[in-house]
Design a protein around this ligand. Structure first.
Ligand SMILES: Cc1ncc(COP(=O)(O)O)c(C=O)c1O
Length: 419
């Protein structure tokens, strides 16, 4: 079947035309050994529409120069486009001010920036950081490094068998030593949507700031950082139909201003002598050196693209895919779905009885179905469910019900091979 011909009626309404959307993504037309690509590894990285590819090409063809440093026309154009991208990202997440958007290389660097800039300055011996069992390693390891360096302590919010945070336990973890909460908005391993707004409100009653890892949320639903009232919010461009090498740390201006710089170098200074350096204002204070200019502009084009489709329509379509896929897989004997939270987004992790996840991934690949197998950089989740790894199908708004059928059919093939 030609997936591009597969029209869908979804909860998102007839206006959500998947075939039309898929036509924007040249890579979705690929076949491998005669098998059409069924790309279900969107949580790892999503694909890029032609509009973003064209924007990158236009920048490289006619707008590229280094930014912020020269008076020549090309540099002024590049600077204006880069700063326009920052404005687009600020609007996309409804930041109060564009200087609250710091461009980073991705979620990982955004969290490391918060750790170095905020954590190393304000967290000390005996202090505590609350994380959750659902965190990606990138929201665990930097805080562990800090805890080791400073003599601080990590406290962990447990989850139930559905993969939901135990919120009463979360509340009990707070005490006078608590200095920061780090929580994923959406779990990359299970798809659980965490009640971050309520968690933030509770932390604030104790005067504790909250960093939200939004890597798996921003691509799938409308995120409003003012409504959440989060102190930091981190995400990656390449999961958002943008390029690799770009991401964002949102931070409340007042917090960012009190933080120390993360990296030293050009652009982040006001003046340098061998005796003393004074630092630039935000956001430049946190963007040392030449930033990924093209990638930032590409990400600006990506959020333009997503905004035209509409994040609510995207969320509705993806939920429909998730519900359908969950239903299909539950019908297959020997399939265990890992992560059955009431509120989930776009991720379906599963285990096949008697088959190692790597074999599942290899055999699905032979049918053209691309899923992720492994621990998904979330080993504490694997430990909690007592599995070494899972297979994970993760959806984007350009996926179709026919692709879900292809996934289910391919899983049946795997079961036949191992029966
Ligand atoms: C929840 C979550 N946090 C952080 C990351 C790290 O993102 P990046 O590798 O783009 O820095 C990922 C990537 O999969 C993720 O899913």
């Amino acid at each position: 079947m030609n997936m591009n011909q597969t029209a869908l009626k979804t909860r998102s309404g007839p206006a959500f035309d998947v075939a039309r959307i898929r036509a924007d993504f040249p890579i979705l037309n690929l076949s491998f050994e005669g098998k059409p690509l069924v790309y279900l590894d969107n949580a790892a990285s999503s694909q890029m529409p032609q509009q973003v590819i064209d924007r990158l090409a236009r920048y490289q063809t006619s707008q590229h120069a280094n930014i912020h440093r020269a008076v020549h026309t090309l540099s002024e154009i590049a600077t204006a486009e880069y700063e326009e991208a920052r404005r687009k990202l600020a609007r996309f997440i409804n930041a109060r001010e564009e200087r609250e958007v710091i461009f980073t290389s991705g979620t990982t660097e955004a969290i490391n920036l918060a750790m170095h800039g905020y954590g190393r300055k304000f967290i000390g011996a005996g202090d505590e950081i609350i994380l959750t069992t659902l965190e990606h390693h990138s929201n665990i390891v930097p805080w562990q490094m800090l805890a080791e360096e400073k003599g601080a302590r990590i406290r962990v919010v447990p989850i139930n068998d559905a993969g939901e945070l135990l919120i009463e336990d979360y509340k009990k973890l707070f005490n006078e030593h608590t200095k920061l909460v780090g929580v994923a908005h959406v779990s990359n391993a299970l798809g659980t949507v965490n009640p971050v707004k309520a968690m933030i409100a509770f932390a604030h009653t104790r005067g504790v700031p909250v960093l939200v890892d939004g890597a798996q949320a921003v691509p799938h639903r409308k995120v409003d950082v003012q409504d959440l009232d989060c102190d930091f919010y981190a995400f990656s461009g390449h999961k958002l139909c943008g390029p690799t090498g770009i991401g964002v740390l949102y931070g409340k201006a007042a917090l960012l201003e009190r933080m120390q710089p993360f990296k030293g170098g050009g652009d982040m200074i006001l003046s340098v002598t061998f005796e003393k350096t004074t630092y630039n204002v935000i956001p430049q204070k946190f963007e040392a050196g030449t930033p990924p200019i093209a990638a930032a502009i590409g990400l600006g084009a990506a959020v333009d693209y997503l905004s035209v489709i509409g994040m609510d329509a995207i969320a509705a379509h993806e939920l429909e895919l998730l519900d359908y896929a969950t239903d299909q897989l539950m019908r297959l004997p020997g399939v265990r779905i890992i992560g059955t939270a009431k509120d989930k987004a776009a991720v379906l992790s599963f285990a096949l009885e008697g088959v190692h996840p790597h074999d599942v991934g290899t055999l699905l690949n032979q049918d053209g179905v691309a899923v992720r197998t492994g621990h998904h950089c979330a080993q504490p989740v694997m430990q909690r469910f007592k599995v070494p790894a899972t297979s994970r199908a993760s959806f984007a708004f350009y996926n179709t019900m026919a692709e879900v059928d292809a996934l289910a059919a391919s899983i049946r093939n795997v079961q036949k091979v191992f029966s």
